[in-house]
Design a protein around this ligand. Structure first.
Ligand code: NAD
Length: 358
């Protein structure tokens, strides 16, 4: 029996609800498979812990996670705590020391889901966004001086290193190469940002020489928003900076039907540290506690996690369950225009997994 140790960090708000649902489908996946067991270890890290102790996670939190094969994360954020404290206190406090430098965000219109773009054929919107996850605009460089005085100043400095850009470009080209269309779009803003983004473009061109079988093109980030809406078929794999991909992937999620469906993986592709899997949405204060959070983004993230830890058959089974759910309008939560509850969707997913005979 294969054993996998999974750290489970639900965090805040609906993160707690969707991760509980995710654990139920993971347990069903292991039960149905029969070849592996999951040791799901919960961590109470998040805003409640911050209120109690002054820290979202223990000082050695990232090191505690190194003992695990993967991490399942919910969301962090609370109405009474500034967002930069929650993000840097927990999510980035994990991603950065564990050097999860590749953030992978698949997007496609699942069966039964209506895109705001209208009727799309399967494959018309089928993308993987690769987000640089360790530096760029979220490197944490900058500061504030002369607080409260008229001459107060604040800076956030974007950092682009040759090593950091090269590794994400290689990862993006490899991701594109592994997909049938072998097509990569490199998002940039090198017309306005003439240092870091020009280095980004130059390294993309250098790396491209090692991937002659991958077609690539370059788009300014502003024009990219238009192309995503007007010509979704023209895109396949997309690589962008930390900030650009953060924004573009929310647009991608909306075009694919709902932010509640969208998954993500924070990968250390070299597997020196555990990778972290999470829905892309936040803690959603407006629906917390109502039992209507869409758990599909967490299910899809859990499928990516199963794939990553070597349980490809269970991952495929879980994705088949997800597609059966989305195809049934009676199982749509309110974000998709339906009335289903988190619990009903989860129960249906568990039943689909346990009943899967493929
Ligand atoms: N990875 C993370 O931990 C993460 C990501 C984004 C935002 N946040 C934090 O979450 C808090 C709320 O942020 P926000 O409102 O900008 O974004 P959000 O993703 O929490 O919510 C945006 C909108 O989408 C809806 N929504 C999100 N997920 C849903 C789901 N699974 N099912 C149904 N509807 C869903 C919400 O109800 C809300 O109307 C903030 O504190 C923010 O910093 C955390």
């Amino acid at each position: 029996m294969r054993q996998h140790r999974i750290a489970v960090i639900p965090g805040d708000g609906i993160g707690i609800e969707v991760v509980a649902a995710g654990c139920r489908v993971l347990e069903a996946s292991a039960q149905r498979d029969g070849g592996f067991a999951l040791d799901l270890q919960p961590f109470d890290w998040g805003s409640e812990r911050y209120r109690r102790t002054g820290a979202f996670m223990p000082a050695d939190g990232a090191d505690q996670l190194r003992r695990f094969d993967a991490i399942l994360f919910g969301a962090v954020g609370a109405p009474d705590i500034a967002d930069h404290l929650t993000l840097w206190g927990l999510r980035l406090a994990i991603c950065q020391p564990l050097d999860q430098y590749a953030n992978v965000r698949p997007t496609r219109v699942l069966p039964g889901i209506r895109s705001p773009l209208g009727a799309l054929d399967p494959g018309d919107l089928d993308w993987v966004i690769v987000r640089e996850n360790s530096e760029g605009e979220y490197a944490g460089q900058g500061g504030r001086s002369h607080r409260g005085l008229p001459e107060e100043v604040a800076t956030d400095v974007s950092i682009f290193t040759r090593a950091g850009v090269k590794r994400i470009m290689r990862f993006a080209f490899e991701t594109a190469r592994a997909r049938p269309r072998k097509r990569l779009t490199i998002v940039t803003k090198s017309n306005a940002q003439r240092h870091g983004m020009v280095l980004w473009d130059e390294i993309a061109a250098e790396v491209a020489r090692d991937f002659p079988d991958v077609t690539h093109d370059k788009m300014l980030v502003d024009a990219m928003t238009v192309r995503m809406v007007m010509k979704p078929q023209s895109l396949d794999t997309i690589v962008a900076t930390n900030l650009h991909a953060d924004i573009l992937s929310d647009l991608a999620a909306a075009l694919a039907g709902s932010i509640g469906i969208a998954p993500t993986a924070n990968l250390d592709p070299e597997r020196r540290s555990p990778s972290m899997f999470e829905p892309i949405h936040g803690s959603a204060f407006d629906i917390t506690g109502k039992g209507i959070a869409n758990p599909v983004g967490t299910f899809w993230s859990a499928a990516m996690m199963l794939e990553h830890i070597g349980e490809g058959a269970a991952a495929a089974r879980l994705m088949r369950a997800v597609e059966r759910i989305t195809a049934d309008a009676a199982l749509h939560t309110p974000d998709l225009g339906g009335q289903a509850t988190t619990d009903a969707v989860t129960a249906a997913a568990v039943a689909a997994i346990l009943g899967d005979n493929a």
